[in-house]
Ligand binder design. Structure first.
Ligand code: 3H9
Length: 686
């Protein structure tokens, strides 16, 4: 097998090139090739300097994640980085694309770093439940300073080349041919001794030592973001070691902390999720050569919260939008909200005033439905009523140009029935955005019985363009996400009658890692959503709350009471309503354990997920996990409901559900797939 590392001499410089598509991951062959190249440079008197560069789209994007969990192949990356740093001749990293994780660590092992202005730098290990384990937690603070290193290792985000240069992570920015300029740079520095080694620097550590509260302050300021995750704290501890100990001891701490993380369930879940997310974009039964349709202009019907949010996605990506409403005031309100949202983003420094104008300038608001005629994709985002949707699609059928994609943002309704209102069901698809649509990353792409392959491929490609993660769902009530929410809601509400409080149920969910529990979510979304609006018709607890105007946060009263700062507290009135219902229904009050709440609200979701899978409504179990992590905030360190269930043990899930089967009554039935997989000792996701 040929090595992905090749070398050639250019004068007295040895140019070392990695060619390991797609992202130059630092797999075993790359590591071996790098060591051999450094040995070659060391042993050749005619060589005075070394340039390490990468072919293809990017500099090394990190260790090869597919090797994790397999028997290690030597040399290990930390050793490789040390070998580079100990090369007696200057080594220069020539960086383009993304220098990430182990890739940045290799660059830090080099004596100098030069980069093109578009290059990006980061240590995303924390997103895989890890820390930069090839000396990165020790070298990065020495080079970039402790505050920046803390931000980078715990956040996992990227910084641009200009910033990298300003903090000393990059020695020179290069316009023009990267390798040619890197060689020129190498010639400039080839005689400088001693060689600057990241591991030997102390100036920036000394700055940090002057502020003993630096770590405590950082922990406090970021506590909310890091809650529940193990990796950020261990990243901090590793940087603390860089400050407190000599380099040689600091790396030992780094190694110990790295191994601790690597052997934990969070790292397993987060690495699983990395691949799950990438798999979600693939549709198994559609050939890779299927070409997407060209989308140059998007139409959106409805300028409400959803329509506005959906439009913003396209505008932000530079795709013009025509937005249609029925009345001028609704149109003005909608476009006004969009502008306000953009301006709020600009105020936070995440957009320039020019970009706001550019985005708003690409919006065409109109009351004229026929203005949609030149759109390549039209997304309907109006009331969740089948009759209205059918009427709209009937009208669209008459005005949309041939080949235009007609999409519905429905969250529950039957996309096939909507498609049947047109003469072109092959062009109809569901595009279920999650609220707030300009923020939430998830997009459920609902595949109708007759949806054409190229329509689906277009939807998936478009999702990428607007920076969403798309998951394909089949036509069923609530698709993947909302369908799994239903059994959770049913059981959570029954648990109130049986003796649990909203507070207890929500606490169990929040402790599990969800951003909020079912009743906090109801209060946020609006208790009145889907309510029949007849205050005399009180059939359940939710009806009773809605009838009293307890519509949730917007009314400062819902399942909780809210103060003027929207802080919730348990509501005596809600408890009265629950107690009344209990008496009315003749339910016996009893103590509910936290475990029962988990079994009835989370195990039931897993069961529903298994049904979705066995009915073919999701392509794969990992897609269900992607929906729950990106659509509902399922903690990524638990991988998603299906991965979590595998970790719990499917036999335990089945046993828990059997325990509760009688209490759940006719609301519950087992998924045969869950029973069979558990019985055979199988798993959904591994
Ligand atoms: C690490 O470095 C640990 C060390 O500190 C310590 C060691 C001791 N490995 O994302 P894309 C695949 S941990 C293997 O769609 P993009 C990916 O699965 C690592 N495979 O492209 C996909 O495969 P497929 C720290 C990888 O252009 C294909 O490449 N580094 C790796 O949208 C294309 O990926 C990271 O966490 C990998 N490291 O984005 C960086 N990376 O085509 C992770 C990607 O079969 N990577 N693949 O589905 C990324 O963030 C993005 O891939 C990147 C490109 C920004 C580079």
């Amino acid at each position: 097998m040929t090595s992905p590392i090749s070398t050639h001499k250019h004068g007295s410089t040895l140019i070392v090139t990695s060619n390991n598509p797609p992202v130059n991951a630092l797999g075993a062959a790359v590591r071996q090739g790098l060591v051999a190249a450094i040995e070659q440079a060391t042993g050749d008197d005619a060589i005075h300097s070394v340039v390490i560069t990468c072919a293809g789209q990017t500099f090394f994007a990190g260790a090869d994640i597919t090797e994790f969990g397999k028997p290690p192949v030597m040399p290990w990356l930390p050793e490789v980085v040390d070998i580079i740093e100990n090369c007696p001749k200057p080594v220069i990293a020539a960086i383009h694309g993304t220098a990430l994780g182990g890739g940045l660590e290799v660059a830090l092992g080099c004596h100098y770093r030069v980069a093109v202005p578009s290059a990006k730098f980061g240590v995303p290990e924390v997103k895989l439940g890890l820390l930069p384990g090839a000396g990165g937690t020790q070298r990065l603070p020495r080079v970039a300073g402790v505050p920046k290193a803390l931000e980078m290792v715990t956040g996992g985000g990227m910084i641009g080349a200009a910033e990298a240069a300003s903090i000393g992570l990059v020695d020179r920015l290069i316009e023009g041919d990267l390798v040619q300029h890197a060689v020129a740079f190498a010639n400039e520095v080839k005689d400088i001794r001693p060689l600057p080694k990241s591991s030997e620097r102390d100036d920036k550590l000394a700055e940090a030592r002057a502020n003993p509260a630096i770590f405590a302050d950082f922990r406090k300021a970021n506590a909310r973001k890091m809650k529940g995750f193990e990796a950020p704290e261990l990243n901090i501890q590793a940087v603390e070691a860089a400050l407190a100990k000599p380099y040689a001891e600091g790396v030992l701490d780094e190694r110990r902390l790295f191994m601790q993380l690597m052997s934990g369930s969070q790292a397993r879940a987060q690495q699983y999720f990395f691949f799950a997310e990438r798999k979600a974009s693939k549709i198994d039964d559609i050939p890779a050569y299927t070409k997407p349709r060209d989308i140059r202009r998007v139409g959106v019907i409805g300028a409400g919260t959803m329509g506005g949010g959906i439009s913003m996605n396209f505008l932000s990506a530079g795709i013009p939008v025509t937005i249609v409403e029925m009345a001028q005031d609704a149109l003005d309100r909608g476009t006004g909200t969009m502008r306000k949202n953009y301006e709020a983003t600009a105020a936070k420094g995440r957009m320039t005033a020019d970009q706001v104008e550019q985005a708003m300038g690409a919006l065409t608001p109109t009351l004229d439905f026929s203005a949609l005629a030149d759109c390549d994709l039209i997304i309907e985002a109006v009331f969740e009523t089948m009759e209205i949707k059918k009427d709209i699609f009937g009208k669209l059928d008459k005005i949309a140009k041939p080949g235009a994609i007609l999409a519905s943002n429905t969250s529950y309704l039957n996309v096939d029935e909507i498609a049947a209102a047109t003469s072109r069901p092959q062009d109809v698809v569901g595009l279920h955005f999650f609220s707030p649509a300009n923020v939430m990353k998830l997009l459920e792409v609902v595949r109708g019985a007759r949806t054409e392959s190229d329509v689906l491929v277009t939807a998936m490609a478009l999702a990428k363009r607007i920076k969403k993660v798309a998951v394909v769902a089949g036509v069923c009530h609530g698709f993947i996400g909302n369908r799994m929410l239903m059994p959770r809601q049913v059981e959570a509400t029954k648990l109130l009658l049986e003796g649990a409080t909203p507070d207890q149920i929500d606490r169990v969910h929040v402790e599990f890692g969800m951003p909020m529990g079912p009743f906090q979510m109801a209060d946020l979304a609006g208790v009145d959503i889907g309510w029949h609006r007849d205050p005399t018709r009180i059939e359940n607890i939710r009806d009773a709350l809605a009838a009293e105007g307890r519509w949730g946060q917007k009314k400062s009263a819902g399942f909780y009471d809210y103060d003027e700062k929207r802080r919730p507290s348990p509501s005596p009135r809600v408890q009265e309503i629950i107690d009344d219902f209990r008496t009315r229904e003749g339910v016996q009050k009893r103590d509910i354990t936290d475990q029962e709440i988990i079994e009835r609200t989370l195990y039931t979701m897993v069961n529903e997920g298994a049904k979705i899978l066995e009915e073919g409504m999701a392509q794969r179990a990992s897609d269900i996990d992607v929906v729950w992590v990106y659509g509902y905030g399922w903690p990524v360190y638990r991988g998603g409901p299906m991965h979590w269930a595998d970790g719990e043990g499917l036999d335990k899930i089945v046993a828990g559900l059997k325990n509760q089967e009688q209490r759940m009554g006719s609301d519950f039935s087992f998924s045969q797939l869950l029973l069979d997989t558990a019985a055979s000792g199988g798993k959904f996701t591994r």
